[in-house]
Design a protein around this ligand. Sequence first.
Ligand code: GDP
Ligand code: MN
Length: 380
Amino acid sequence: MKLHEYQSKNIFAKYNIPIPRGRIAASASEARQLCEELGGKVVVKAQVLVGGRGKAGGIRLVKSPEEAEEVTTQILSMRIKDLPVRKVLVDEAISISKEIYLGITNDRAKQRPVLIASSSGGVDIEEIAVSSPNQIAKLHIDPLLGMRDYQIRDIALNINLPRKLWRPFGEIIYALWKIYVDCDAQLAEINPLVITTDNRLVALDAKNVLDENGLFRHADLADLRDIDGEEWAETQGRKFGVSFVKLDGQIGCMVNGAGLAMATMDIIKHLGGEPANFLDIGGGASSEKVAAAMRLILADPNVKAILINVFGGITRCDEVARGLIAACDEVKPNVPIVARLVGTNEEIAKQILEGSAMVYADSLVEGAQKAVELVREYRS
Ligand code: GDP
Ligand code: MN
């Protein structure tokens, strides 16, 4: 679950990470008043749950309350990457001498958290990773030992941080690590952490992504969820109890079980295709759930074929087949569908699907092959 910048900054403040003075506003007149209170020079920042707001015009430096009002009106009428802007954060303007990147996330390959720092902050860390990988310092953190002082000195040295700032830098890193652990975060990021012209470190931006699986033990954090502000696919998926992750390929996948979903994607790739998504419909499969999953898949214009792969254990294949027929009646998919349903009641499922436009496959490899071929035919 992504948190808004202002929500993340509230958490930062609790852990004593220095942030600019500022408050949230939902209207232009509120922003005008806040600007006045903050001394006239402020930054108006769109609160949306996507990155790159700066580039999209959602971050504006203003020099008077009138300008704050005007700019807020503009920003509140914007959509950034298709998400509406409902609130802005009005922060006192900070004069910057240098922008640094600081973030903690999980390194799955190394099976431990990693702290990433760079002296070229402010822009996307992915861009720095491509254009100047030598400007990125990484440090793996032992989850039991936590962050060690010598590691922090190492990082500070690595990014050429002025020695005078090492102590506050260390305090910020410790706090970020504590936030990462305490909140069950997947990402705790400050981009940019700035050195001000009067030589202080201030977190100008804040981003926390929380692990959904840990939310049950953080009722206060779970309450921060902004349903309106989340991407449609995420909200839909949660509402119907399906796990959905969008990818860039052409074959939409509908599978029961996370492991089987991964295996399905592997087979598709192995046979030369590209999956359009990861989708686990979970156990049972009512027609509403199947229809919801199908709508999610079809919302992606890249999808040129759908592969349904269901292993019927407790889930009955005939129930899924009926769900599929009902879902197709409702959603009217305009791409071919390959279905592989094996296990409990597969014979009945086969009969149910016989009259339909769906292509039946007896094995996963056969199904994946058919889906890959259908995409190739579409292209030629
Ligand atoms: P993002 O584009 O969504 O990551 O939004 P950020 O909060 O990171 O802001 C983008 C950029 O705007 C920063 O890297 C800064 O260069 C600039 N910026 C943000 N706040 C201030 C400020 O108070 N003063 C100045 N001079 N620039 C700012
Ligand atoms: Mn940023």
